[in-house]
Every structure is written in C-alpha cells, then in structure tokens.
Design a protein around this ligand. Sequence first.
Ligand code: CU
Length: 219
Amino acid sequence: MKNIIFSIITLVTVAAVTISCNQSSNKNSDQQANDSTTIAAIPELQSPTLNDTVATVTSTDTSSQEAEKSDVKQAQKFTIAPIIKDYLTLKNALVSDNDQAAANAGKQLFTTLNNVNMKSIPANKHKEYMEIAENAKENAEHIGDNAGKIDHQREHLASLSKDVSDLIVLFGTTQKLYQDHCPMYNDGKGAVWISEAKAIKNPYYGGKMLTCGSVKKEF
Ligand SMILES: [Cu+2]
C-alpha cells in the first residue's frame, strides 16, 4: 500500500513538473506532441518506480545496505517499556479493586499498542509480535469497555498477562520484573501476572486475597 501511495505521489509530482514545464513553453508549436508525450509517459513511469522499490528490498547494492542499516538502528530503538508501563497501571488498578481506573488504563494500553510503529520492530520478530499484539489489543479493549464488571476485566487480565509475558520473552526488559502466579484463579487452573515489585499483590482477588500467590520467574 505504501509503495502504491509512493508511486502515485511520484507520478503526481512528475506530472505536475511536466505540466508546469509545458506551461512555460506553451507557445511552442509542439504543444500537442508534448501533451501526448506526457500522457504516454505516465504509465511508463509507474513500472520503473515499482521496480525500484522492489529492487531496494531485494538487491544488495550500497543504498539498500544503508537502508537496512537505518532499519536496524530503528529496530534497536524498539522497547516494550510503554506497553509495560500501561500494563502495570492496569494491573495495579485491579490490585486496588478499582474497575474504573482499570478501564482507563485498558484504554490507554489499547492506544499505546495501536501507536507501535512496526518499522521499529526487527523484521524477524514481526510475525510473532503481531500475533501477541492482536490478542493484547483485544484484551485491553475489553478491559477498557468493562468498567463496572471487574470480574470480566480480571478474566481479560489473565489472558493479557500471558501476552505481556510473551512480549518480555521476545524483546527483553530493562526494568526488573517478576512473573507471579496465582494458583486459585479460574477454578484452580491458575493465572500469572507481571509485577514491578517482589512482594505479592494479587490483581485477581485484590483486597479479598491480596497476598495469594508466588513469584514464578524473574526478568
Ligand atoms: Cu470481554
């Protein structure tokens, strides 16, 4: 899609330049010939432009190597820190039994996930990231839409916490994080959550059973 838009922009630019060139010499008796040349040139221009774009991706010439280098640079900048920050706000809202704050944090997390620039993610991690992010977005959205239904928010937290764990494994974290486990949640099937602190504060039961659970992993 970007390639097509780029081609269109290129065509429009070339056409505009050609037209203004024609206008400056429009007293010319070759005007009609110029017009037909301009029209004929447009479809011809399209395929080299597309081919150039493809060549940039596949060839190993200097300019594409430089493009790859800048992609790598951008990729090295990618961090899941903003996602973690929103997740922790959400998790802590549920620790405090605050469904409204959880909904707000869910909406914020949804926005943060939507704002992730795929170009900043290393190409070899795109597919895996996309799968995790799709699931995480759905969970964040449902939590955002379910103020007043804290049990339902917590169901989505269980799924979201797996997504966040997967993201940490995939991209790492500079912040010290803990994966905690609550053995009771979901009829004894258990559930994990991610915490920024070693002390157990259970977001699935909040005030009812705040210290139920244990640290399972450290990141
Ligand atoms: Cu839901």
